[in-house]
Write a protein that binds this ligand. Structure first.
Ligand code: A2P
Ligand code: 11C
Length: 346
């Protein structure tokens, strides 16, 4: 007894983590449908001791599915998510396809679980760099209010998919030959590609008219929507670094309350669910992506008061972009749908 679960993009960097987390967290599934492109159709994968055959994702794949996790790119979600909903499934979509639609809840459960009740069949999982930031900022907003955010990211290549991981590894192994032949980063469809090994690329996703990239717009717009702060002053600079997994963020915030101390912020964050405070400079203790990999929590450290604004604080936020940034948050959304009685009992 349990739910029929589909994973679309089951062979991808995030899809594989979704499968891992379904098993690890004992998600109550009785049937698992692993869907990918035609290229993968017929391949076999083992999950928790059982062998599954990958199928091509088509509208008919969703017959009888209760919950479908989509992580195969925005165009696949646009083509198939509504097909899944029309066949009775609830979709948790990890792409940007529906995030800003007014009828689509955009959810980080510890921030806005109640938004799930408004769903019309699709629930959007936010962008990875947004999730870890709002998870860390929500306890602060709740206690002290939040008026401004300026964030610069240091994002891992796994955010750009399995092929980008291969690109970094291949280039790193051949770094002395200096013939990197970049083909994926910064944006697969863009005219120019740059090496990522030994480099830092200040472009994630495509540029928009105002000079910000789509990734930067995602961070700004999604944060306002999730935190229900439409007038929040927020700006993002998103940067790709040669790290396989784990996004890092330098975040400056301004809060509404006067005279809050660094120790009070630390105390607040150390009690927050899903947050690990790693902030002991005297012991060189601070979050790093190397150590955040394969961990569920969002790690926060380097908390300092701004030298010229007593309402301003700086901090460093790190999390595994494939877990809390993607797969884990998606599963937590599904778990919340069950807890809230939204996903029908089976
Ligand atoms: P496939 O391995 O068959 O190409 P990543 O984000 O790591 O690049 O992974 C992308 C995921 O999206 C993979 O699982 C990939 O499957 C899947 N995918 C790509 N194109 C399609 C498609 N047309 N239909 C369904 N899944 C797709
Ligand atoms: C990256 N944040 O690191 C992106 C990946 O909107 O879900 C996630 C893209 C998205 O490249």
């Amino acid at each position: 007894q349990g739910y029929t679960v589909a994973v679309v993009g089951a062979t991808g960097a995030v899809g594989q983590k979704i499968i891992e987390k379904l098993v690890e967290r004992s998600f109550p599934y009785s049937k698992l449908k692993l869907l990918a492109s035609k290229r993968s159709s017929g391949k076999e994968v083992e999950v928790n001791g059982l062998t599954y055959t990958l199928e091509e994702a088509t509208p008919a794949s969703f017959e009888g599915v209760d919950i479908a996790f989509f992580s195969a790119g925005g165009s696949i979600s646009k083509a198939l998510a509504k097909e899944a909903v029309s066949r009775g499934a609830i979709v948790v979509d990890n792409t940007s396809a529906f995030r800003m639609d007014k009828d689509t809840p955009l959810v980080v459960p510890e921030v806005n679980k109640q938004a799930l009740h408004e769903h019309q069949g699709i629930i959007a999982n936010p962008n990875c760099s947004t999730i870890q930031m709002v998870a860390a900022l929500e306890p602060i907003r709740k206690e002290y209010g939040l008026s401004k955010v300026i964030v610069s990211t240091y994002q891992a290549v796994s955010g750009a998919g399995a092929a980008a991981i291969d690109e970094l590894i291949t280039q790193s192994e051949a770094i002395k030959e200096q013939k990197p032949n970049p083909a994926i980063l910064p944006v697969k469809s863009a005219e120019k590609h740059y090496p990522i090994a030994g480099n830092v690329i200040p472009q994630i996703d495509v540029f928009e008219e105002d000079g910000f990239t789509y990734e930067e717009h995602k961070m700004m717009n999604e944060t306002k929507k999730i935190m229900t702060l439409p007038n929040l002053s927020i700006a993002a600079t998103c940067v790709r670094v040669p790290v396989v997994t784990g996004h890092s963020e330098s975040v400056y915030i301004e809060i509404d309350k006067e005279d809050v101390t660094v120790d009070e912020l630390k105390q607040l964050l150390s009690n927050a669910k899903g947050i690990t405070l790693q902030d002991a400079p005297e012991q060189q203790q601070y979050p790093m992506p190397y150590f955040a990999t394969d961990k569920d929590d969002v790690f926060v450290g380097r908390i300092r008061k701004d030298p010229s604004n007593s309402n301003g604080f700086h901090m460093w936020i790190v999390s595994d972009n494939l877990l809390k940034g993607a797969a884990l948050n998606s599963i937590q959304i599904a778990e919340a749908l069950i807890e809230e009685g939204i996903l029908k009992e089976v």
